[in-house]
Unconditional design. Structure first.
Length: 319
């Protein structure tokens, strides 16, 4: 769907050639999860799926040597591909090189890292300065475009130097980085990746949140690597479906009931009640209508005149 939308305007001025990833160079599987990787184009990792549902449109790396000049994707088109190897059904290594440095990636696919029906990955990128004399002035970018539940709209996104959290109703993705990035940015597809692909110097602007939209985001590290030394980045990603949340506290004072539940960051919630636990006609009695941010729990007060009342908390779409 994303390719069709992006190319529809171009159809007015040129034949329709939708951008697509080339066939996967590497495919990883683990249980009912799968990952596809294209090292010949900047699509990079373009599938992170649980069952038949793909949550990821694109995740890959760009670099620039020096303070100015265009960025280049870490692909076989811009670097020398030394090796790409499946070290197991769920892991692989990729080694690329230029005249200035070597990039070694180790990628692992995880099945159910956060519970049933979840999918995750861990990526270690090591950049070694292969020049015996000169310091490497490296500007490294990691770009991510999640389409959670294979849906391209209505996602919320929050980002900082240590990672990102993105959410739509019922599904949350998390990305955790070490070391923390020096800069980061969010933007609507395809603006951010277009900046990385053009001929102009790009430095990220530390924008932190966006939504609901077809969000993308990137992180940037600016490092000086001495001859023979290595700079290492670790990225852990997981996608977790969640449709309802266990209430951990329920306290009534007069006609007001306060509920507390363990929350996922950036989610919206709908609170429903029922007076007879044997029935199924749950009624909406309250909703959280602002992004709570990255917190461990949330609470909401609900007015009620009935007892007993049973409560549930559901993930909800943004208003």
């Amino acid at each position: 769907m994303k390719c069709f939308r992006a190319c529809l305007v171009l159809f007015l001025v040129m034949p329709l050639f939708p951008p697509t990833a080339t066939p996967a160079n590497l495919t990883l599987t683990n249980g009912d999860t799968s990952m596809s990787i294209d090292t010949d184009s900047s699509y990079g990792i373009y599938e992170l799926a649980s069952g038949s549902v793909n949550h990821l449109y694109q995740h890959w790396f760009w670099y620039r040597v020096g303070a100015t000049g265009p960025e280049r994707a870490m692909t076989s088109a811009t670097m020398t591909l030394l090796s790409e190897t499946n070290t197991s059904p769920s892991s692989c290594t990729i080694v690329l090189a230029t005249t200035n440095f070597q990039a070694h990636m180790s990628i692992n696919l995880e099945d159910n890292p956060s519970g049933p029906n979840t999918v995750g990955s861990s990526i270690t990128l090591m950049v070694t300065n292969t020049n015996s004399v000169a310091t490497l002035d490296l500007h490294l970018f990691a770009y991510t475009d999640f389409d959670l539940n294979n849906t391209i709209e209505n996602a919320w996104l929050r980002i900082d130097g240590e990672g990102a959290v993105q959410a739509i109703a019922g599904t949350v993705s998390r990305e955790v980085l070490t070391p923390a990035a020096d800069a980061y940015a969010v933007d609507i597809y395809p603006d951010l990746v277009d900046h990385l692909e053009d001929a102009v110097t790009t430095n990220l602007n530390n924008s932190t949140a966006m939504g609901p939209a077809d969000n993308t985001y990137a992180h940037q590290w600016n490092v000086l690597i001495d001859p023979g030394n290595t700079f290492t980045v670790n990225i852990n990603m997981d996608v977790t479906p969640k449709t309802n949340f266990a209430v951990t506290a329920c306290v009534q004072t007069g006609s007001v009931v306060r509920l507390r539940w363990e929350s996922n960051p950036m989610e919206y919630y709908t609170v429903k009640s029922l007076t007879n636990i044997m029935r199924t006609n749950w009624a909406v009695v309250g909703a959280l209508t602002s992004m709570p941010g990255d917190v461990g729990s949330m609470s909401v007060a609900i007015a009620t005149n009935r007892a007993p009342v049973y409560y549930r908390v559901y993930s909800a779409t943004a208003p």
